[in-house]
Design a protein around this ligand. Structure first.
Ligand code: UDP
Length: 377
């Protein structure tokens, strides 16, 4: 017997208009599905949202630099935005001493006054002898990659501020994100493709969502019955524990708070990102947004003002924005329990950094959503 299908029914309700949600919605709509996207914020873009202030695209939820080795992902985003040639070369400030990042010959030269890869390698080899087994935590991993000197000045303070935990209690994989190079190369990412979308990420997300119904400032969890009743399927990109009313306990997240300042001068720090790697400075980094676009507006004019964001890291508590999952053992195993509940929700796909409790980058988010689309659409 044929079921009478409600004519107002959506094939997919997508909860969250960030990168995962927007791309799922695009792919579904392109396959002829009827899609509604909702978001509790007043804007689309999730954490890649940018807002133009004083002609500068301000990364409101932290710096986002697009980088990938995946040609399919790169081609995909280039359909919705043109990318500039920005290359991330952050600077570390340790009590006023300036070091190049990621760890490379410029860093080693400043730290040990060495000039050749052999000299640097010899020092690192000596210092890593301290760790004589497979690293089991971030501290051991860091020392075995770059030695104790660099660990103490450029890793320990920054990491403990960012994660609010001792480096011995953090998983080793976090630090593997950072390249170590015996060359003079300040490019932070080992990626074939890199850049910032010209005109900002918000415009890119708007292009992805073109022609798709979007409702902002609506909270799915507070209107769960209504929204569940109007869609055949749900793609949920919010926090997985919140979806289940925290019934197995709360997963831990790190949250980030930004203090923004506008200066009536052309430059504050001369670089997009400066990391404060000592323990005492309360912020982890300062982002100067105009340098993501070389200090110019889209017409190529120099911008007279500058906007900076000081980034403060804090433990997430209910009501805050969750940013980073804390993938330590305790949380990973609790996530495993939530995942079982999620798998039993037949109508619902859980995706993205919060839905999968995973430290995704933008490119891996896209890989993951495109794989999901291939599976279900
Ligand atoms: N990190 C560090 N010193 C730095 C920058 C990064 O020790 O100056 C380590 C730290 O453990 C951090 C990880 O590398 O958690 C990843 O940092 P990144 O800034 O790439 O992370 P994001 O916040 O941008 O995702």
């Amino acid at each position: 017997m044929l079921c009478e299908r409600n004519r107002n029914m959506y094939d997919y309700l997508v909860v969250g208009a960030g990168l995962y949600g927007a791309i799922f919605a695009r792919e579904a709509a392109d396959k002829g599905k009827k899609v509604l996207v909702i978001d509790k914020r007043p804007n689309v873009g999730g954490n890649i949202y940018t807002e133009k202030i004083e002609g500068i695209n301000v990364h409101k939820y932290g710096a986002h630099i697009f980088h990938t080795n995946n040609r399919e992902v790169w081609d995909y985003v280039n359909r919705y935005a043109e990318f500039n040639r920005f290359t991330n070369s952050p600077v570390a400030n340790y009590k006023g001493e300036i070091y190049s990042l990621p760890f490379n010959m410029y860093t080693f030269n400043k730290m040990w006054d060495v000039a050749t890869p052999e000299e640097a390698e010899a020092i690192i080899a000596k210092q890593r002898e301290e760790i004589d087994h497979e690293p089991t935590n971030l501290e051991e991993q860091a020392i075995s990659l770059v030695g104790r000197d660099i660990y103490e000045k450029l890793i320990k303070g920054y990491t403990e501020k960012q994660w609010g935990r001792d480096c011995k209690d953090l998983p080793a994989f976090i630090i593997k994100r950072l390249p170590v190079r015996l060359t003079y190369d300040n490019n932070y990412f080992n990626a074939k493709y890199q850049g910032i979308p010209i005109g900002g990420y918000t415009r890119m997300i708007e292009n992805i969502l073109k022609g798709i119904e979007v409702e902002t400032e609506v909270d799915f969890l507070e209107n769960r019955e209504h929204y569940s009743s109007i869609a055949e399927n749900i793609v949920y990109t919010g926090a997985i524990d919140a979806y289940f009313d925290y019934k197995l306990g709360t997963l831990e997240y790190r949250s980030v708070r930004f203090e923004n300042e506008t200066y009536d001068k052309p430059s504050f720090q001369g670089n997009a990102a400066v990391n404060y790697t000592d323990r005492e400075t309360p912020w982890t980094r300062i982002i100067e947004h105009k340098w993501f676009e070389f200090g110019k507006d889209e017409e190529g004019n120099d911008l007279p003002k500058t906007i900076i964001s000081r980034e403060f890291s804090s433990e997430w508590k209910p009501g805050d924005e969750p940013y980073y999952p804390v993938n330590d053992e305790k949380n990973s195993s609790l996530y495993g329990e939530y995942k079982k509940l999620a798998d039993a929700e037949e109508k619902v796909i859980f995706g993205g950094r919060l839905g999968e409790y995973k430290y995704y980058d933008m490119d891996t988010t896209i890989e993951s959503v495109l794989a999901k689309c291939r599976e279900v659409l």
